[in-house]
Design a protein around this ligand. Structure first.
Ligand code: ZN
Length: 261
């Protein structure tokens, strides 16, 4: 069973969004994901039930959607999510989550991008550029979203370790729309579509991509190693089971990951 946590902004997204998603985008996403027997979903929103460390510890894959309120997100929550990704929790960052504190922290770049301001939404063609990739299964050569917000390159992200989709728009814009990275033991997928006033989350191929991405991002192992100077007999010494899956005290990031309270 894959435990998925959805974190969404639920405030100030306005009447246009309410028209397309009367109960919020997260509700639509949680519903189509939960139709799969191997996926269980829980939703958290900025103004609702807070996402806690315990909630994150019970999370295999986090879907993080933000747009207007990235700045208001508590840095302590960002740090907890970041630590969990390094430990193996998957992260899916759709659309405007490119600017979420968590995504920027994991990428190490500004994550700024170019977008079109003279039009609202236009037709998006998503081309599969990695047909054997698990996230592209069942998608074929690509698909069209009739109406989406226009993003274009350059997007200031690290070179994707795997690129799954490229988008094109009627104005000639192109964009790397399905990007994969690993950070620590965690897998990260950025997926470009998902503007809050477009009915994108009802699109069957978008839903297929998200289901594939959840399965791809689910943890496959833990980081069971001890960093630092070792003797030649290290491999014969047993590792304290309590420390398995965590970073050792001598690791330069130890104090960041596990602050002394
Ligand atoms: Zn948008």
């Amino acid at each position: 069973m894959i435990n998925v946590t959805l974190w969404f902004e639920d405030s100030s997204l306005g009447a246009a969004q309410m028209e397309v998603y009367p109960n919020g985008m997260h509700t639509v996403i949680a519903e189509f994901l939960a139709k799969n027997q191997d996926i269980r979903c829980r939703c958290f929103t900025m103004n609702g039930q807070p996402l806690t460390e315990q909630g994150l510890n019970e999370t295999d894959v986090l879907i993080w959607y933000g747009h207007l309120h990235h700045r208001q997100v508590d840095d302590r929550l960002v740090d907890l999510c970041w630590k969990r990704v390094l430990e193996g929790m998957g992260l899916i960052a759709p659309h405007s989550a490119h600017f979420a504190k968590l995504f920027i922290k994991l990428m190490g770049t500004t994550c700024q991008l170019s977008y079109r301001v003279d039009s609202g939404c236009e037709r998006e063609m998503l081309w599969v550029v990695n047909p054997a990739h698990p996230i592209a299964q069942g998608i074929g050569e690509g698909f069209i979203i009739p109406r989406e917000e226009v993003y274009r390159e350059f997007h200031d992200i690290p070179e994707p370790e795997e690129l799954v989709f490229i988008s094109s728009f009627p104005g000639g814009e192109v964009f790397r729309s399905g990007c994969c990275w690993r950070r620590g033991a965690g897998r990260i997928f950025y997926f470009r579509p998902g503007h809050e006033t477009c009915p994108t989350w009802h699109h069957p191929q978008v839903q297929r991509v998200m289901i594939n991405a959840v399965r791809w991002a689910a943890p496959t192992g833990t980081m069971a190693f001890e960093a630092g100077p070792r003797g030649r007999d290290d491999l014969r010494q047993s590792i304290d089971p309590k420390r398995q899956g965590v970073v050792g005290d001598s690791h330069p990031l130890c104090d960041v990951l596990y602050p002394k309270s």
